[in-house]
Design a binder for this molecule. Structure first.
Ligand SMILES: [Zn+2]
Length: 198
């Protein structure tokens, strides 16, 4: 009976406090502000104490926040990673080298994904569709042997736009000839002309 009385008393008190706050919001907030000013360490201390006593609540809150702000979480993680790398340049490089050594295939795959997306603006699926449409061979010389470093993803050097998949020699040639159709046509007619005269 005493417990029930106590509960209702507490409940009544908290309801009254809430009602009082709602009616005197500015007054209460000003008072709190003043108290904080007079006790600069006190507010922090109070917060710390509350968090210590409500660990589970805090955890729950953080979990909810992370769930609702995935891009902020990513941004923060990137920022702190960048700061750490800047503070520990040698160590960061060493760690990356170790990770690469431990998972060479994973690194190669990720690098390829990164390149496709950032250099050429395509997905691996789009790359595959293009290669299939080319007949799974070089778009230039039609060879099925890609060369030592694998198939080369060719892009326009001015706009960066993805053009085709080439074997290594074709990709090298196109670059050496400055991506110029005119030079290539001149050279082609030169070759045709010489052949006719032979
Ligand atoms: Zn080729």
């Amino acid at each position: 009976m005493i417990a029930v009385n106590l509960m209702t008393k507490q409940l009544r008190a908290s309801l009254a406090a809430r009602r009082y706050y709602e009616r005197n919001r500015d007054k209460v907030n000003n008072k709190v502000r003043e108290w904080r000013k007079d006790n600069p360490g006190g507010a922090l201390e109070r917060g710390r104490k509350w968090r210590k006593e409500n660990v589970e609540k805090c955890r729950e809150y953080r979990r909810g926040w992370r769930k609702n702000n995935p891009e902020r979480v990513l941004e923060q993680a990137r920022k702190s990673m960048k700061e750490w790398r800047e503070k520990n340049p040698g160590l960061a490089a060493d760690r990356q080298r170790e990770r690469r050594k431990a998972n060479p295939d994973k690194y190669r795959r990720n690098e390829r994904l990164y390149d496709l997306k950032n250099k050429y603006g395509i997905t691996p699926e789009e790359w595959e569709i293009t290669f299939e449409a080319q007949g799974r061979c070089c778009a230039g010389c039609k060879t099925t042997i890609p060369g030592k470093r694998g198939w080369q993803t060719d892009n326009c050097h001015e706009t960066g736009a993805f053009r085709a998949i080439l074997c290594q020699p074709c990709n090298l040639a196109i670059g050496l000839l400055k991506d110029s159709p005119k030079i290539l046509r001149n050279l082609a007619s030169l070759l045709e002309h010489t052949k006719e005269n032979q």
